[in-house]
Ligand binder design. Sequence first.
Ligand code: UGA
Length: 428
Amino acid sequence: MSYRISIVGLGYVGLIHAVGFASLGYRVLGYDVDRVKVEKLRGGSPIIYEPGLEEHLGRALASGTLEFTDTIEDAVLGSDVTFITVGTPSLPDGSVDLSQVTSAARSVGRALRLKRGWHLVAVKSTVPPGTTEGLVAGILEEESGMKAFRDFGVASNPEFLREGSALRDFFKPDRVVLGVRDERSRDTLLKLYEPIDAPKIVTTPKVAELAKYASNLFLAVRVSLANEVGNLCKALGVDCYEVLGIVGLDHRIGKYYLRAGLGFGGSCLPKDVRAFIKVAESLGVQARIARAALEVNEEQPKRAVELLEKHMGSLKGRRIGVLGLAFKPGTDDVRESRALDVIRLLLEKEAEVYANDPKALDNARRLLGDKVKLVENPQELIDTVEAVVIATEWSEYENLSYKDKIVVDGRRVEGARRTAKVYEGLCW
Ligand code: UGA
């Protein structure tokens, strides 16, 4: 049997999965509460920038394997498996805001009441351990009037996609994690993921949920550790890329997530580390290393501004350019971007701030309003300002002319290192 899939929540994760599963040949119904988004997607506009997304979306729409709807009943009744892919942002205290998961489960549960036959609901959103079997299964039972793990399946199926290479990660993941309690859910997910060539790990929902948090915590800790080593390298006058390059050659360590600089941003690593801490502490478990990872991460943008002050003195009224607003190259996402921290600090010092990004200017404009002058051409930005902070390592920044300028590089852009008048690497 070829399963039909519905995806509830068309943000980064939901949209990539909708397009990904449709490209594998499944019939996919993408649902979102936001009607404008649904309309745009129907018209083939991908709403976000992600390499390859527009092409895959166009092909899936044209072949008829992918459709979008703003009616939850259509999505659930027209499918056999529903993935919940809504956002789980941080609350002000760092714990997870599960309101979108709750309302998605409610509407899926209500639609399930009308469903004939078995259905599987799989949670892809990153949620605290216990949420799938507790909160989600509970709401689905309440709303559908049926028994979870018997009348319908509930599973945890975390994703490990990186923005900027999300489609590649969808088609070629390191592992597929299936957190299940009943056989039918397990068999359904195994069949569904059959076209994906990767180890399939079958476990419990709680293990699957925690594995997702632990993975992001590990990555965040590696980056902060690299930054701590990098900060010492800078004080010693040695190149941390050389040092960490040697460290990464040890196969037990590996070379990834050792790039020192401005630290980790985005919609996942910072929020998932905060959530990990909250979950641990709610159970009386200390999360010292997780806390330290956040602390180191908060310091890096401050160090960038201090390096500027070292060369310029007071920044009041000075023209400073920020190259890069996306939290990393390959995306238009500015959520928790370190560039925004640098900009906030510069504005606190009353500098005149100019900024550029190849993809994220529109998203940045919505957040920054007219506090920052957004410049479309990076060379024009460099020519306008006295000093530049490089906050995202876009390849576009490699071949610019930085001569006569002070450059504080938070991301190791070789072109700037070669050509700037004064060059300060953040950790090198
Ligand atoms: C992260 C994880 O890598 C994915 O596996 C996970 O699925 C995703 O979160 C999620 O939870 O949905 P993502 O947020 O797209 O993916 O970004 P990463 O590529 O992990 O980068 C995060 C931040 O760390 C970026 O700001 C990047 O510049 C920074 N970073 C990364 C470094 O500063 N140094 C490094 O060596 C690596």
